[in-house]
Design a protein around this ligand. Structure first.
Ligand code: ADP
Ligand code: ZN
Ligand code: MG
Length: 647
């Protein structure tokens, strides 16, 4: 499968992990609470047992016959009987036998079968007798303690925790609501603006748009004097990982103003009714620290259009939060020096109210970086990495069409890790190549493949590579590999010399033919195809369908764009702006194009069978072949790049 595909590169998602940043909510603090509670409980038990043992006189247990002997000897002062259990006090200390501990207080158990006349003996020796019911009710204090104690402990514990966290949140009186109502904005100190525009690369147009904001925050007087209008809100729109958060930070860093940021997704994950309170608090804090920046990340989480039915549950909460944001933005005067930046990757779903003048009236699109931009970003993220002499960041930049800043940072990091794993002192180009493959396809997998399977995979990948080479105008084949990675068993990496924005019909057909190269080779050599071609087919279908419905490249469908813009030809089945009959024609046309390309692929491979076999042998021997080796083995030259067509 051609792994790098500029046309499909726009669906990247950067993994983000976010934890609620509520003060006092941090797990460390909770652990402390539990430790304190546990320690208190333990102390309680220890103290109780000490008191118990201190208040009770030492006592011994004696056999019943010893007891009778003591009674007869007149040594017993008094006894208390509970059923057949007897405790008593003696004049002189008694013991169970010689050598046993002795004490004046003793206890004994009268056997139930005893038929002695104990009472008479006791009376005769003037022992005072107390009797208690066999199962005395526990004393009142014990009943109360056992009944209510645990609940009391819990209540007191909760009160304690609430007061603690309220104190932490600075809310004091607010109790638990005070805590959650506090905004979790992080104040970035004016003394330490750590991000600057120098940390942002490859999106110079966007930076230029934000320079004005920085200037306003730096010298608000200048703007106040002339009464110029400065936007209240700037909305940064771009795919995940394109650097929106980075830019917002850089604006604060450049202007050296406090940066209050919050993720709108966090508003709605908390307790109902606090989103609005948090917004109010956030803005209040920002105003008192002005000039300042308020940054609302993932604005679409609360700012979704109220008309779309897409909002399941939590509607009220989102609406309240959104309304509060709108109120705050209307309520403040831009001269106060607070500027609201917000980020979203779905500007199309935002509520129109947010985009009205006086709110986020300035919108800045953060684009995917082009090749030069990617190079600049790679340079930034390799600033602190020692690079070997063979490293060609320009090559890596051209191999990474469709990647965003976050991906490139990840790539640089993976390359550094790969070099460290080799115990190398500098990072080499091979580390970048490996890192790219890992980022694109996953880590290498240790699969024990049979010789048969390996050969089949080699033919499949060689088919892709050879067709990529044989077709004029195709993207250069950079690498072929039969090392299993992630979900795929092998890979053919093709990437354009430069980013393409327009595609000619020949180029697209070439892409389809190349994508079918694996299948074509398997069909030619083995006569049957395997499941390995599945993802290839998905790609083929996607390209062919776009040719038909978007680019008007099918004479039968004609020069029409049938795709509605939202679906971008991806989910045509969901909302099809054309009839069943046309749909049938589209399907036939997609099939026709694919089949023509497959036939052409098989024909090309048949007439170049020697090159195919040579490539397979080299692959089986080396596992991976780079561009130069591929050309050497096949004796071909890289096809002349056809300039991208301009429409
Ligand atoms: P977004 O908010 O658009 O999803 P981020 O700003 O969180 O993206 O980007 C994540 C990381 O990717 C940044 O911290 C930065 O290291 C890197 N990055 C993204 N875009 C760029 C860029 N244009 N220049 C330099 N680094 C970038
Ligand atoms: Zn394939
Ligand atoms: Mg972000």
């Amino acid at each position: 499968m051609p792994a790098l595909d500029p046309a499909q590169g726009n669906k990247r998602t950067a993994p983000t992990s976010r934890r609620p940043n509520v003060p006092g909510y941090n797990p460390m603090n909770w652990r402390r609470y539990w430790l304190v509670l546990g320690a208190l409980l333990l102390l309680n038990i220890v103290i109780t047992s000490i008191i118990e043992s201190a208040t009770q006189a030492p006592s011994v247990t004696i056999p019943y016959n010893v007891f009778i002997a003591q009674v007869d000897a007149g040594n017993v002062l008094n006894i208390t009987a509970t059923g057949d259990s007897i405790i008593g006090t003696a004049k002189a200390a008694v013991s169970a036998g010689s050598g046993q501990p002795s004490a004046k207080t003793f206890s004994t158990q009268r056997p139930t079968f005893a038929s002695d006349n104990l009472e008479a003996a006791l009376l005769k020796n003037k022992v005072s007798i107390l009797a208690e019911p066999p199962n005395p009710p526990p004393p009142l204090w014990e009943t109360l303690l056992l009944g209510f104690g645990p609940s009391l402990l819990l209540v007191f514990g909760l009160i304690y925790l609430m007061r603690r966290s309220a104190a932490l949140a600075g809310g004091g009186a607010g109790g638990i609501l005070g805590r959650f109502g506090q905004s979790n904005a992080r104040l970035y100190n004016a003394e330490r603006p750590d991000t600057t525009f120098a940390d942002v690369a490859g999106i110079d147009e966007v930076k230029a748009e934000l320079v004005e904001i920085v200037d306003f925050l730096k010298k608000p007087e200048k703007y106040q004097r002339l009464g110029g209008t400065v936007p209240k809100g700037v909305l940064l729109i771009g795919a995940p990982g394109t650097g929106k958060t980075l830019l917002a930070r850089a604006v604060a860093g450049e202007a050296a103003v406090p940066f209050f940021s919050i993720s709108a997704a966090e508003f709605i994950e908390a307790i109902v009714g606090v989103g609005a309170a948090r917004v109010r608090d956030l803005f209040q804090k920002a105003r008192s620290a002005a000039p300042a920046i308020v940054f609302i990340d993932e604005l679409d989480a609360v700012g979704r259009s109220r008309s779309t039915g897409a909002r399941l549950g939590g509607n009220e909460e989102q609406e309240q939060t959104l309304n509060q944001i709108l109120t705050e933005m209307d309520g403040f005067d831009p001269q106060q020096g607070v500027i609201v930046l917000a980020a979203t990757n779905r500007a199309d779903v935002l509520d129109a109210a947010l985009l009205r003048p006086g709110r986020f009236d300035r919108r800045v699109t953060v684009p995917f970086p082009d090749r030069r931009g990617r190079l600049e970003i790679l340079k930034i993220h390799t600033r602190h990495i020692p690079l070997g002499p063979d490293v060609d960041l320009g090559l890596s930049a051209s191999l990474t069409a469709g990647m965003v800043g976050a991906d490139l940072r990840n790539l640089a990091n993976e390359a550094a890790l790969a070099a460290a794993r080799r115990d190398a002192s500098v990072v080499a180009q091979i580390d970048f190549t490996n890192a790219l493959e890992k980022v694109e396809l996953g880590s290498e997998r240790k699969l024990s493949l049979s010789a048969m399977d390996r050969e089949r995979i080699a033919y499949h990948e060689a088919g892709h590579a050879l067709l990529g080479l044989l077709q004029p105008g195709a993207d250069p084949v950079r690498r072929v590999s039969i090392i299993p990675r992630g979900q795929s068993l092998g890979a053919t990496v093709q990437s354009p010399v430069d980013d393409r924005f327009n595609y000619g019909e020949d180029y697209l057909r070439g892409r389809i033919t190349g994508a079918l190269g694996g299948r074509a080779a398997e069909q030619l050599v083995y006569g049957v195809v395997t499941t390995g071609a599945e993802s290839d087919l998905r790609q083929v279908t996607a390209i062919a369908r776009q040719m038909v419905v978007r680019y008007g490249m099918s004479p039968r469908v004609g020069v029409l764009s049938l795709a509605d813009d939202d679906n971008a030809g991806q989910s045509l089945t969901l909302s099809r702006p054309y009839s069943e009959a046309t749909a049938a024609i589209v399907d036939e046309e997609v099939r026709r194009i694919s089949e023509e390309c497959l036939r052409q692929g098989v024909a090309l491979l048949t007439s170049n069978r020697d090159k195919l076999d040579a490539l397979v042998h080299a692959l089986l021997e080396h596992d991976t072949l780079e561009e130069a080796a591929i050309l050497a083995v096949t004796g071909l030259t890289a096809p002349e790049p056809v300039p991208a067509t301009v429409s």
